[in-house]
Design a protein around this ligand. Structure first.
Ligand SMILES: NC(=O)c1ccc[n+]([C@@H]2O[C@H](COP(=O)([O-])OP(=O)(O)OC[C@H]3O[C@@H](n4cnc5c(N)ncnc54)[C@H](O)[C@@H]3O)[C@@H](O)[C@H]2O)c1
Length: 292
């Protein structure tokens, strides 16, 4: 389809960053969200970020105006019309994803490819509610989307080669390196990363100090952040949900979630965001000691 337009559905944490990355790469972007408040917040965040870049000298005023000129916002799904690609980044709930795909399928041009940024829901299930399952696939970005280089490409059971090539071409244009990830829980990165964090939690449960576990991986493997620090950073509830998804999805005991994580979540210890996780944090989010 001859078009330079990309529609991004959802103007939250990920949709905002994806829209930015697309506009910066030269696409005409419409960022669609059902909530006006989300649109206003997203607009303000991009403005603030770009103004900071200009102040620091890493972006010119002209470039800022050029990119912002390509980035529009809307609360109407009808605005997917004319886009060769729709990137969905609405909340990680299967009913919301299906509802969104149904609407986009009805309103987008027949040739438009629709991708989901889901972190782990089934692409084939999402595609099944559309009349174009061959034109649906997964494109999993990482946070923050404009900065992180990786894009996991996830084909559904009936995704066509043409769709795959369209999305791969798009990924190259926005400067991402792609990997082909299987349509199974965790895709590629989370399937490797999260069990490592889970194993680290088991070690703390067995009596190892969080600092020792983190230093082992930072100094022994050159990881920029230890697995326990990382769990506190992303949220213990979020990490536990991903681990539980692997366990339920593969029906394999090797993915059993660490019971300490479950106890911590039940008691409200969610990591940095709650001020208490494996480590303790002050009001500004600075680490002030260990909790174990
Ligand atoms: N946060 C991350 O680090 C991360 C990383 C990779 C992938 N993801 C995935 O990206 C997707 C979005 O996550 P997020 O963190 O940006 O969530 P978020 O809550 O920040 O944003 C979701 C946005 O969707 C909007 N929304 C809700 N219902 C809608 C609807 N029916 N139609 C249009 N917009 C609607 C909300 O107003 C909100 O702005 C999820 O599938 C998530 O799993 C998240």
């Amino acid at each position: 389809m001859e078009s330079n337009k990309v529609a991004v559905i959802g103007a939250g944490l990920m949709g905002n960053g994806i829209a930015q990355a697309c506009a910066s790469a030269g696409y005409d972007v419409v960022n669609i969200d059902t909530f006006e408040s989300a649109i206003e917040k997203s607009k303000a965040a991009v403005e603030k970020l770009f103004s900071r870049k200009v102040a620091k000298g890493s972006m010119t005023e002209e470039k800022k105006a050029e990119v912002l000129g390509r980035l529009t916002y809307s609360s109407k799904f009808e605005d997917v019309k004319g886009a060769f690609l729709v990137v969905e980044a609405v909340p990680e709930k299967i009913e919301i994803k299906k509802d969104t795909f149904k609407k986009v399928d009805e309103l987008a041009d027949a040739e438009t490819v629709i991708v989901s940024n889901t972190s782990g829901l089934s692409i084939s299930e999402i595609a099944s509610v559309t009349n174009r399952p061959d034109k649906v696939m997964g494109a999993h970005f990482f946070y923050p989307a404009p900065v992180m280089k990786l894009l996991e490409l996830v084909r559904g059971l009936v995704t066509s080669d043409e769709t795959y090539e369209t999305v791969k071409g798009f990924a190259e244009k926005i400067g991402k390196t792609t990997v082909d990830a299987p349509e199974f829980p965790g895709f590629m990165v989370n399937r490797i990363l999260v069990p490592m964090q889970n194993e680290a939690a088991f070690m703390v449960m067995e009596g190892s100090k969080p600092e020792d576990v983190d230093n082992a991986m930072k100094l022994g493997c050159n990881h920029p952040m230890g697995p326990i620090e990382l769990t506190d950073f992303v949220g213990i509830d979020t990490m536990l949900a991903t681990m539980t998804g692997l366990y339920n999805g593969f029906h394999d005991s090797k993915y059993r979630p660490c019971p300490l994580l479950e106890t911590m979540v039940k008691s409200g210890m969610l990591g940095k965001k709650s001020g208490l996780g494996f480590y303790k944090y002050d009001e500004k989010g600075n680490k002030i000691g260990s909790n174990f």
